[in-house]
Design a protein around this ligand. Structure first.
Ligand SMILES: C[S@@+](CC[C@H](N)C(=O)[O-])C[C@H]1O[C@@H](n2cnc3c(N)ncnc32)[C@H](O)[C@@H]1O
Length: 253
C-alpha cells in the first residue's frame, strides 16, 4: 500500500510520465474505437464498392471468359438428368454471374456478408430468367446447417477462394454438397510462379489487400488446393489479366 502511495505521488509530480501515459492510453482507445468502426462499417462499404465499382470493372474484363466457362451448364443438366439446374454460389457478392446461367436455373446465393443482399435484389430484377432463392448468410467453410449433402448440380466460386479463411475446408464442403457427377466452376485470381519479381510483389501487397480488400490474398496457390480436394476430373487454364493471374476451370465430383 505504502509503495502504491509513493508511486502515485511520484506520478503526480512527473509531468513527462503523465504526458506519455496520456498519449499511450489515448492511442489505445483510438485504436479500439477505429477497429470497432471498421468491423461495423467495413462489410457495408465493401459491398457498396463491389456493386458500384469493382464488379462493373470485373464484369467488363471477364465477360467473355465467364461465358466460355459456363457454356456447358446445359450439358451438366443433361448428364444429371434434371430439367432445371440447381446452382449453389459461394461468395455470391452482388450476383454478377446470374446472367450466365441457363433459363430455369435455381440459384442458392450464399455469402457471409449480409450487406450484399440488397444488391442481389437489384440483380434478381434484371435476371428474371433464373430463380434466386433467399440469401443464405453463412461461411463457405461450414455450410452443413444450410446446404444438404449431394443436393446441388453445380457450385460456383468466382473471386472468392482468395478471401476465404480456409480454402481446403471450403473445397471439402463443395464436394459434400455436389451431387455425384456435379460440377464445380471456379474463376479465381492466384499466385504467379514462385521466385519471380511478380511473385515478390504479390506477397508484398497481400497484407494490404487482406486489410483493405476483405481478406483478399494475392498469393494463393488455389490450383494446388483444388488438386488436393480429390475431384474425379479437374480442368483449368491460367491467364494474365493486368496485375491479376486468373485461374479458370471446372472440377467434376
Ligand atoms: C471479391 S468478392 C466476389 C463476389 C462475386 N463472387 C463476384 O465474382 O463478383 C468476394 C466474396 O467472397 C465472400 N466471402 C469472403 N469470405 C467468405 C467465406 N469464408 N465463405 C464464403 N464467402 C466468402 C465475400 O463476402 C464476397 O462476397
Amino acid at each position: 500500500m505504502h509503495f502504491l502511495f509513493k508511486w502515485w505521488n511520484w506520478l503526480c509530480d512527473n509531468v513527462i510520465t503523465q504526458t506519455v501515459l496520456v498519449y499511450v492510453a489515448g492511442t489505445l482507445i483510438l485504436l479500439k474505437v477505429l477497429s470497432r468502426i471498421y468491423r461495423i462499417y467495413y462489410p457495408r462499404v465493401f459491398a457498396y464498392l463491389m456493386y458500384r465499382v469493382i464488379s462493373p470493372i470485373g464484369e467488363r474484363k471477364s465477360k467473355k471468359a465467364k461465358r466460355k466457362m459456363f457454356q456447358d451448364l446445359p450439358e451438366v443438366a443433361k448428364k444429371l438428368n434434371v430439367n432445371d439446374l440447381s446452382i449453389l454460389e459461394i461468395g455470391v457478392g452482388t450476383g454478377t454471374n446470374f446472367m450466365f446461367y441457363p433459363k430455369g436455373t435455381t440459384v442458392y446465393p450464399l455469402d457471409p456478408n449480409p450487406s450484399f443482399n440488397q444488391y442481389l435484389e437489384e440483380n434478381k430484377k434484371v435476371n428474371n430468367h433464373v430463380e434466386v432463392k433467399p440469401f443464405i448468410e453463412c461461411y463457405g467453410e461450414d455450410m452443413k446447417s444450410h446446404v444438404a449433402d449431394q443436393s446441388v448440380d453445380a457450385v460456383v466460386c468466382t473471386l472468392t477462394l482468395c478471401s476465404v479463411s480456409d480454402t481446403d475446408a471450403v473445397l471439402s464442403e463443395v464436394k459434400r454438397v455436389l451431387k455425384h457427377g456435379g460440377k464445380f466452376y471456379f474463376m479465381e485470381h492466384v499466385a504467379t510462379t514462385q521466385g519471380t519479381w511478380f511473385y515478390f510483389f504479390q506477397n508484398a501487397v497481400t497484407p494490404l489487400t487482406k486489410f483493405f480488400g476483405d481478406n483478399c490474398h494475392f498469393n494463393r496457390e488455389t490450383w494446388k488446393a483444388i488438386a488436393r480436394a480429390g475431384f474425379a476430373d479437374v480442368q483449368h487454364e491460367t491467364r494474365r489479366n493486368g496485375i491479376m493471374v486468373i485461374l479458370c476451370g471446372t472440377a467434376t465430383k
